[in-house]
Design a binder for this molecule. Structure first.
Ligand SMILES: NC(=O)c1ccc[n+]([C@@H]2O[C@H](COP(=O)([O-])OP(=O)(O)OC[C@H]3O[C@@H](n4cnc5c(N)ncnc54)[C@H](OP(=O)(O)O)[C@@H]3O)[C@@H](O)[C@H]2O)c1
Length: 258
């Protein structure tokens, strides 16, 4: 970051705080170059990180401004960010709306997820063609502080991925619930059903970090055993199409705007 200052509006929230902490811990930014703002005045950062109540003051003191407030809170936000690099984490707020409301010419949209907390977020981001190579590299490195990141071609990708990776733990949690509830309905004691579902979602997820999922399915199908029967039944019932429709429904919400 050299001598540039970064301000996070909403830097005490779920996402903003985790990102701020990761930027400090990884040495991406010096504490005296980091500013955060909120309305309540409460925070847990140590000086020289500064908490400001005045968003315009944060913008004036920052070279890069991260918007980490909720989309509905953005409607009340009044800042002039002309000349600043603005990075928005907000779902469903297009760059044109951010440019119009803030006066910023250069707006990057990014979509991390709740796994920023454990620095395992996947963060797609996109930017206008006018972003210089140095700032492109900076945005990529910034989001690599909380996991992995990819530049994507356009905002439509961001809207789609908001409903996919932006959901973070939600899809895995839904699978966990379904597995657990169905096991209980089948007569398995609740505590055991919970641990069994946890083993699938968490244990299985960790194993996939080092295995190719397609290869894993092919190998297990080749056994022609119990697992193959479960997988075949899910495939026959159209799991891929169902997942596709669900994600498209979410993407439509993001595309319509919030
Ligand atoms: N959480 C996720 O999993 C996730 C995933 C992808 C994208 N996002 C996006 O990330 C953004 C932040 O989400 P979040 O979950 O971190 O929300 P959050 O926990 O509610 O954090 C929002 C923060 O903004 C502050 N704030 C609200 N209005 C403000 C204002 N006018 N000026 C300054 N600060 C203000 C709030 O603090 P005060 O109340 O003290 O002002 C709070 O600290 C959202 O736009 C969301 O779409 C979130």
């Amino acid at each position: 970051m050299q001598n540039r200052t970064l301000g996070i509006i909403g830097g005490t929230g779920w996402l903003g705080r985790a990102i701020a902490q990761a930027l400090l811990d990884t040495g991406f930014i010096r504490p005296d170059r980091l500013l955060v703002s909120n309305r309540s005045g409460t925070h847990t950062f140590e000086p020289p990180v500064r908490l400001l109540a005045d968003n315009q003051q944060l913008v004036d003191l920052s070279d890069i401004v991260v918007l980490s407030i909720r989309p509905e809170q953005f409607r009340q936000l009044q800042i002039n960010a002309r000349g600043k690099l603005v990075i928005s984490l907000m779902a469903g707020v297009p760059a044109t709306a951010i440019r119009a409301a803030t006066g910023a010419e250069v707006v990057v949209r990014a979509m991390p997820n709740a796994a920023v907390e454990i620095r395992q977020s996947f963060t797609p981001w996109c930017c206008p063609a006018s972003l210089c190579e140095q700032d492109r590299a900076l945005v990529q490195r910034l989001f690599e502080c909380v996991g992995t990141a990819d530049e994507v071609p356009d905002e439509d990708c961001i809207d789609y991925l908001s409903a996919l990776s932006g959901t973070g733990p939600a899809l895995a949690a839904m699978l966990h619930q379904a597995l657990m509830n169905q096991a209980v309905a089948a007569g398995i004691p609740a505590a055991i059903a919970q641990r069994a579902a946890q083993g699938v979602v968490v244990g299985g997820g960790q194993l996939l970090a080092s295995h190719d999922p397609r290869q894993m399915i092919e190998n297990l199908m080749a056994y022609r055993g119990v697992t193959a029967a479960v997988l075949q039944s899910m495939a026959d019932q159209g799991i891929e199409a169902m997942v596709g429709r669900a994600v498209q429904e979410g993407a439509q919400v993001a595309r319509r705007g919030m």
